[in-house]
Design a protein around this ligand. Structure first.
Ligand SMILES: C[C@H](CCC(=O)NCCS(=O)(=O)O)[C@H]1CC[C@H]2[C@@H]3[C@H](O)C[C@@H]4C[C@H](O)CC[C@]4(C)[C@H]3C[C@H](O)[C@]12C
Length: 325
């Protein structure tokens, strides 16, 4: 499972946890403006916005998991098994494959409003990248400084939901996730008050009791409620250090520790392989990995963004300890 987040302090930040039991050899990939994006069923983009994000590179093509473009638009794909339903090619529409969806959106558009308008005409088609990389059942969060949306291609068609929470996890469908938040409206960051009975003398014996009932398990619906609560109540200073620290704490509230989520077999566990946080105003992509809690950054503007070659950096893994004596 995964969690995607959009969050604004002075700047806008966009990122995600990638939760899985194995890695696809992901790297931080910067795609410059003149890398020729070919699309299977729609017109190529020989020149486009530059993009930074995490991708598996196959045959020179960046298969992005999440990314941000130089105009401040961010997009992430999260698992959506059983619900994702891609369609046959539909004449008269723009046919985009799921693996092309991030480059197609980030290559062309600057704002969520523009993307939403364009999606009226889009079909997500059931064409996979290769035998090695078959179709992934995904849904997406797309965000800029002012707006977030969730995009789901389901049996009934392409659904676009406003996402005022700036959070996406996995199943169920976004309308149900949103509805279930109603169950948590009584939660509070303040100490609870007694609405239970005037005849009982309650004791607020601990800080944090106003949020008793906030789920702490790692299921997708629970992570959604937990991440929305944390994100909506988040308080951060405006500096880069305070902002990215807070962002990683929001993601940390729903991170997966090895051993807590079995995924078949006795010794296979889902873990948070990486957490990312991109400053969409400056184009700096920060990340941590499961075993490297130190924040590492890649600044897209330090690359030649007018070139035509993807530049990629392998994730820095392994703890970097800073000893004080
Ligand atoms: C599985 C990843 C999402 C993380 C997640 O939600 N895991 C939960 C697993 S589960 O529900 O609990 O079983 C998704 C996010 C981005 C996906 C990758 C990107 O879409 C890029 C390519 C796309 C290709 O079609 C398949 C390989 C792939 C490299 C994808 C593999 C996998 O589906 C990824 C890595």
């Amino acid at each position: 499972m995964c969690t995607g987040v959009s969050y604004t302090t002075k700047d806008h930040y966009f990122g995600r946890n990638l939760d899985l039991e194995f890695s696809y050899h992901e790297t931080v990939a910067v795609t410059p403006r003149n890398f020729p994006f070919e699309f299977r069923k729609t017109e190529a983009l020989p020149r486009h916005h530059a993009i930074v994000g995490i991708a598996t590179i196959s045959d020179g093509y960046p298969l992005y998991y999440d990314a941000v473009n130089e105009r401040g638009l961010g997009m992430a794909g999260l698992n959506f098994p059983e619900n994702a339903d891609y369609k046959p090619e539909a004449a008269g529409t723009t046919n985009v494959t799921p693996f092309e969806f991030i480059p197609w959106v980030l290559g062309r558009f600057e704002t969520v409003d523009q993307v939403v308008a364009a999606l009226n005409d889009v079909t997500l088609v059931d064409i996979s990248f290769s035998e090695e990389f078959p179709l992934s059942p995904l849904h997406w969060i797309i965000a800029d400084k002012n707006r977030s949306v969730t995009v789901e291609s389901v049996k009934e068609g392409l659904r676009v939901y406003d996402n005022p929470f700036g959070v996406l996890t996995n199943n169920p469908t976004f309308d149900i996730q949103t509805f279930r938040l109603n169950d948590y409206m009584h939660l509070s960051t303040y100490p609870p008050e007694n609405h239970f009975s005037k005849d009982i003398a309650f004791d607020t014996y601990s800080r944090g009791m106003g949020a008793i009932g906030l789920p702490g398990d790692l299921s997708s619906a629970s992570r959604f409620a937990k991440a929305v609560f944390t994100r909506m109540n988040s308080v951060a200073g405006d500096s880069e250090s305070e902002s990215i620290s807070q962002f990683f704490h929001i993601l940390g509230s729903v991170a997966q520790q090895r051993g807590c989520v079995h995924v078949g077999g006795d010794d296979k566990f889902e873990i948070t392989i990486y957490s990312s946080c991109c400053n969409t105003d400056t184009g700096v992509y920060y990340y941590t990995t499961y075993e490297n809690s130190q924040i590492t950054g890649v600044d897209m503007h330090k690359e030649d963004l007018d070139s035509s070659e993807v530049v990629d950096y392998p994730l820095v893994k392994g703890q970097r300890l800073s000893m004080q004596n």
